[in-house]
Design a protein. Structure first.
Length: 356
């Protein structure tokens, strides 16, 4: 199985990618709208087919990326049938399975944080994705969206703590940098829900939390009730339509050598290696402008903003950083040459200087 845990720093949300390594089919749990490009890049780089996006509940602190991923990757959306969201391809009921290749996630309804919370349990009960029902040494609040502390207590005790002690718990959030726990740990050490704590103590604790409502609640909840579909159509990134670019998991726009060789006149090529590398064995791309990375910001005025820019170095590493620097400096049409001069030479494309 393939597993990745991703993070959104603004809302402290975890997004989980789970895939069957044999068939390459995947599900994505709790995607975040602002990270769709990142998540799609990872899925592409791992050679996966996204089958489903899943929500643990209707979130109040971020907007889901489910609709945008469906538009981009042709994935389907599944949500809890009791959550009230519209526009999903499937409304999930307790006890159902969501399949991806030869693997599956069991749906366990765990209301209490909201009225429509679910926990997804991997088919071998080695992993449980608990949303906000059970956090690492904590749990989600119960004071809005049909939340109820008594209901949450029963959900955790009956539907999550009934799993094997070794089952790993992966929450929807963590605000301290903790990534996972286990059922056995939480039964023993959770200060709100440990087995030694009674329902009356828990209800009293949750009733007096006194928390402010999430900052994005007024925007996030209505959007998530539409499965993340914006009220107005999201435009494409018009600044990156000048070439067949790909977006990497590292957050870099990249261009392949073959296209660049055929379109040298349409772009500016900036080589950010050192002078001895520029004139060394690898040579350089005809017409390239040499500006070493260390002086790029001081010499950026040599580069026009009126024409797309392709950054080049030996392997693509330094030039990737250069694209970030130029983007931050206001250059909107800029991309990295994938693989740098090493790939350019490996494909036996034209160079100035260099040796065979």
């Amino acid at each position: 199985m393939i597993f990745r845990q991703l993070f959104d720093t603004q809302s402290s949300t975890y997004t989980y990618l789970v895939a069957d390594s044999a068939t390459r089919q995947a599900v994505l749990i709790d995607p975040v709208f602002e990270h769709v490009r990142r998540d799609a890049a990872l899925i592409e780089e791992l050679g996966l087919k996204l089958v489903w996006t899943l929500e643990t509940h209707v979130h109040a602190d971020h907007v889901t990326g489910a609709w945008l991923l469906k538009r981009r990757l042709d994935s389907m959306i599944a949500v809890c049938a009791k959550g009230g969201a519209q526009g999903a391809d499937r409304g999930l009921e307790d006890g159902e399975n969501v399949g991806f290749g030869r693997r599956a996630l069991e749906v366990r309804c765990t209301p209490g944080h909201t009225g429509g919370c679910v926990t997804y349990v991997l088919d071998d009960q080695s992993m449980a994705f608990t949303g906000d029902a059970l956090l690492v040494r904590g749990c989600g609040r119960t004071d809005f969206q049909e939340g109820n502390p008594r209901t949450l207590f029963e959900s955790v005790r009956e539907r999550i703590f009934s799993l094997p002690d070794h089952c790993l718990v992966y929450p929807a959030h963590d605000y301290r940098g903790l990534t996972c726990s286990s059922v056995g740990e939480e039964k023993m050490y959770n200060p709100r829900l440990a087995e030694s704590i009674g329902v009356g103590d828990f209800v009293g604790y949750m009733t007096h939390l006194g928390l402010a409502h999430p900052k994005q609640m007024d925007a996030a909840v209505p959007a998530n009730l539409r499965c993340g579909r914006p009220e107005r159509e999201v435009p494409a990134d018009e600044h990156q339509t000048w070439a067949p670019l790909s977006y990497t998991f590292a957050g870099i726009w990249e261009l392949q050598p073959n296209w660049l060789e055929e379109n040298l006149d349409l772009v500016q090529i900036v080589d950010v290696r050192e002078p001895d590398e520029f004139t060394g064995a690898l040579g350089h791309i005809p017409g390239a402008l040499l500006i070493p990375l260390g002086t790029l910001m001081q010499e950026k005025d040599k580069i026009s903003k009126d024409k797309p820019v392709v950054m080049v170095c030996r392997s693509g590493a330094r030039s990737a950083q250069a694209t970030v620097l130029l983007r931050n400096a206001g250059f909107q049409r800029v991309a990295n040459l994938a693989g740098g001069m090493l790939r350019w030479r490996a494909q036996r494309l034209a160079v100035a200087g260099g040796t065979d």
